[in-house]
Design a binder for this molecule. Structure first.
Ligand code: HSE
Length: 302
């Protein structure tokens, strides 16, 4: 009658894959407890660790849950029970590692499980996306998909929604540093240009293809060569303190590639092997310590 869920943080975009690529950080995340109730409806009963709205319609977990319930009722008929949701936040809002996605994904995953899985996990992405829409005005799926499915995911298409789970090599690690400033996804999206040149687009889709090929063939060099972003990073990176230096430091310490995590300000680096990922973490930390900028850092197996 109740479920406790780990709601993982995620890295979206991965340089070349704006709004389509993402990966799950399986050791960084929130917790959520969802309880069945005899009273119909969705209630957010408790939020610990963040100042977020308790009103269901104003809460990303709440709206994602409502979208799921509506679809379940359309499929199976009216539901007479309700759900009480407790959210324990560890992922800071505006950190760039999918804080809203973790809550939205956790809510739909938990309620679906308590209802004995009327939907497959992949089909839950569309409901979790409603939480993202509330959070930043855009229903992007590149955080909620990896949060729900784990590992790497690709949004091949939004209309119709087509999510692909991507294999990843056994020794791939992610290092993510979060300088302690808040960057709203809506703001980081509003600075982007609505059009890209054909020249930039050619480079970008070449890199997306290269990255996917590299992941499948365990070709770490190819993964590294493909981790470039011609379109979004040049515009957003100016919003992130020390971005160029952190990225350069990561590359000098053996990263395959480095870029903005989601809409920032977190910065990620991918590397081969745990030792390199830890070395990068140490070097990135030294940069922010030198700058006297508070930060959090995580190393995760991909
Ligand atoms: N793809 C989204 C963006 C991710 O970059 O705006 C936000 O976490």
């Amino acid at each position: 009658n109740e479920i406790k869920i780990f709601c993982p943080a995620t890295i979206a975009n991965l340089s070349c894959g704006f709004d389509v690529l993402g990966l799950c950080l399986d050791n960084v995340g929130d917790e959520m407890i969802i309880k069945k109730s005899t009273t119909k409806g969705i209630r957010i009963t408790k939020i610990v660790g963040a100042d977020l709205p308790l009103e269901t319609e104003q809460n990303v977990a709440g709206v994602a849950a409502l979208a799921l319930i509506e679809a379940v009722e359309a499929k199976l008929g009216p539901i007479t029970i309700g759900f009480d949701i407790e959210i324990y936040k560890n992922i800071k809002a505006g950190s760039g590692i999918g804080s809203s996605a973790a809550s939205a994904a956790g809510a739909v995953f938990g309620i679906n499980a308590l209802l004995e899985s009327p939907f497959e996990i992949k089909d839950l992405v569309q409901f979790a996306m409603q939480g993202e829409k509330l959070a930043c005005g855009n229903a992007h799926a590149d955080n909620v998909a990896p949060a729900l499915l784990g590992g790497f995911t690709l949004v091949r298409s939004y209309t119709p929604l087509d999510i692909i789970k991507i294999e990843s090599p056994s020794e791939l690690y992610a290092t993510v540093v979060h300088p302690q400033i808040e960057l709203k996804t809506s703001d980081a999206r509003s600075v982007l240009k609505q059009n890209v040149s054909l020249k930039s687009a050619i480079m970008q889709w070449g890199n997306v293809g290269g990255l996917i090929a590299g992941l499948y063939t365990q070709d770490y060099d190819l993964i590294g060569r493909s981790l470039h972003d011609e379109i979004v990073e040049p515009i957003r990176s100016v919003l992130i303190p020390g971005f160029d230096l952190i990225k350069q430091t990561a590359l000098e310490n053996g990263a395959l590639g480095s870029g903005i995590s989601g809409s920032g300000p977190s910065i990620f680096a991918l590397s081969k092997g745990a030792a390199t990922a830890q070395k990068i973490a140490k070097a990135m930390s030294a940069v922010y310590e030198e700058m006297n900028l508070p930060y959090e850092i995580h190393v995760s197996k991909v």
